[in-house]
Structures are given as C-alpha cells and as structure tokens.
Design a protein around this ligand. Structure first.
Ligand SMILES: [Zn+2]
Ligand SMILES: [Zn+2]
Length: 362
C-alpha cells in the first residue's frame, strides 16, 4: 500500500523549502523503497530550489543519502529488504554503448524509478532531485540506485559518498589518475575540493597544495591531507603553485570551483603534459578564453569529472572499507547534523561557507 511520509519540497523558484506530506507508492518492477537514515545537504539541492537545474517544480530535494531497503518490486535480485545502502545517481544500464564497451562509469542510460511520488495535499507529481529525493522518511528509487555497503558504518558518514565526497575523491583517483609521488594542486577547498585532497592523499601524492581565498578553509584543508596552502586573494595562485613544485607546476590540478578565472589558474598552474580536472560546476553564461597555442604547446590533458567518474558498485564499498580501516576520514566532512525542518537554515550556512556538510539525520 502507498505510504504517506514527510519530505522537504522546493515548491517554486527561490521559494523557501518546506516539509510536506508526500505519497510514496509501493515499489513496482525494478524499484525499491528505502527508509532514509541520513542525507547530506549539497549545493545541487540549492540549485534546484533556485531553478538553476530545471523548471519541473515541485522538487523533492536531497540526494546524498544512506538508509535501509524497506521493500523491493518484482524482479529485483541485487538488493533485499534490510540491506544497508548508499543511494547513487548512476544506476548503470548494462546495455548502452558505454556499458557494452566496458566503461559503465560513463553509462548514458542511468535509470530512476518509473512511478512518481506525489504531494499528498494536491496529488501533484514530484521531481526527485537527481532521481533520488531523500530529504524524506522514505523514497522510491530504481533498485540499481541502491549500493550495498558495510552496515556497521554510520549512515551520516556513508551517505556523503552518494554525491559530493565521491565527486571530489573520484576527481583525484579516477579522473585525475593521481599516482604515488605526484604533485597535486586543488583549487577551491569546500566539500568537493577537500574530498579531492583526501583522494590525492589516498593515492599517495607527494605534495598536495590547497588553494582558496578563505584562510579558515585552508586550515581545514591541512587536516584533510594538504601539505601546503596558498591564499589566492593575497598571492598569485599560479606563481605559488610553481614555486612549491620546483618551478614546474603540479602534475595534476583539480579545479573545484567551476569559474573561468580559477580554470585558468588550473591550466597555467600545471606542469607541461600535466592534467587539469574540472569538477567544479560552471553556470550556463560562463565562457572560457585561452590562447589555443598554449593549449597545444603545454600538452597533457584537460578533463572534466562528473560524479568523480565513479562506478558506485566498485567505489562505494571500497571507500567505506578504507574509512573503516582508518585510512580515509569520511567523518571529517560532517560539520553538523540537523533535522528535516532545518534544510533552509542549512542552505544559508552553506552559502556563507561555514560548513563542509550539514547532514539531515532522520
Ligand atoms: Zn549503460
Ligand atoms: Zn550533490
């Protein structure tokens, strides 16, 4: 039977979010209902509220979540009721061109639940953020969006791998292919940038340079694994990166801001034949201008990283295991835990740069 639960809704462009009663249908074929235990507050949720992603209001926000599978629909064999899972927004199809070529991390046909959750008051269909919608007691997803991990880990910590932290770690270890002894610079030290720093440390980088305009964020970056910091408000980021890398530039520069000026810092802050990874998300009006001769002459590779080029079934359990072994401190990303009705306040604190992650605990 369909269930009524509480969920955080963005009703219209720039309107404050609010808790409403939503209707969650029973899982159909290939679907699962998940009882949410924790869900991080991500910039993308704010972008949905601001109308920056689409106009399909009302949205059911939240997408960095962990919880327990409550029920599954027909034909679901990979997960079962009672499983502890992290929700992902890359449920690979297995049949598209990317999947068939053995590159499921680029799957073009990721899937979501077919049935819609609705608002109890009006019957309006909800658009779940990134096909998840997890600021809610329960949500309906495609079973492939559920990735089983070690159930002894805290849900508040596990959920973070569902989006921002995975994007940052993956930008370093998957997209940037950081290796032992590499020099790495990370521009922008919010949650994603700090995760890139943690990923670079995990991969064995010899030197990790954190670049930001906020000294508080640089302090935090040192605790996440940065070996050096550069305040790019008071010094030239490119010069400073070169100075710290014997005059050459870094092997891998990860741009976690998503602006043309910081992208140029990344481009010129890398060594010849080095790699730039763009993981920060730009806005539609931004344009990049670079001398094409420099693009050619400096060689190397310019890459973008979506979701850290992760394969959830491979990367989530592996990173949770490393966390459990004490080799990756995922807990350091949780600044505060909040209640379901505090998401609007959490957006304000995120906007002010005060938190890495607020996590809604249900
Ligand atoms: Zn596919
Ligand atoms: Zn996100």
């Amino acid at each position: 039977m369909a269930q009524e639960v509480c969920g955080v809704i963005a009703p219209g462009k720039n309107e404050p979010v609010r808790v409403e009663t939503i209707v969650v249908p029973d899982p159909g074929p290939g679907e699962a209902v998940v009882k949410i235990q924790a869900c991080g507050v991500c910039h993308t949720d704010l972008h949905y509220k601001q109308g920056g992603i689409s106009d399909d209001f009302p949205f059911l926000l939240g997408h960095e979540a962990a919880g327990i599978v409550e029920s599954v629909g027909e034909g679901v064999t990979d997960v079962a009721p009672g499983d502890f899972v992290i929700l992902n927004w890359r449920a690979v199809c297995g049949n598209c061109r990317a999947c068939l070529r053995g590159r499921p991390q680029y799957c073009f046909n990721t899937h979501n639940a077919k049935q819609k959750m609705t608002l109890a008051s009006t019957g309006q269909e909800l658009s779940p953020a990134l096909g998840i919608g997890a600021f809610a007691d329960k949500t309906l997803v495609a079973a492939g969006q559920c990735t089983k991990v070690d159930p002894t880990v805290s849900p508040a910590v596990a959920g973070l791998l569902g989006c921002g932290v995975m994007a940052g770690i993956g930008a370093a270890i998957n997209t940037g292919n950081v290796g032992r002894g590499d020099t790495v610079a990370v521009i922008g030290c919010g949650g994603v940038g700090d995760a890139a720093i943690a990923g670079a440390r995990l991969a064995g980088a010899a030197r990790i340079i954190a670049v930001d305009i906020d000294d508080r964020k640089l302090e935090k970056a040192l605790t996440m694994g940065a070996t050096h910091t550069v305040n790019s408000k008071t010094s030239d980021a490119v010069e400073a990166i070169r100075e710290l890398t014997g005059g050459f530039g870094a092997d891998v520069v990860i741009e976690a801001v998503g602006r043309p000026e910081t992208y140029k810092q990344a481009f010129y802050g890398r060594d010849l034949a080095g790699t730039v990874v763009l993981v920060g998300v730009p806005t539609p009006e931004m344009k990049l201008e670079l001398p094409l001769l420099d693009v050619f002459g400096r060689g190397g590779s310019l890459k973008s990283s979506w979701y850290g080029d992760c394969l959830p079934s491979r990367d989530f359990p592996m990173l949770i295991d490393l966390h459990q072994q004490g080799r990756l401190d995922l807990g350091a990303f949780v600044t505060e835990t909040v209640q379901l009705d505090e998401v609007e306040k959490a957006f304000e604190r995120m906007h002010g740069g005060d938190v890495l992650r607020s996590v809604v605990v249900l």
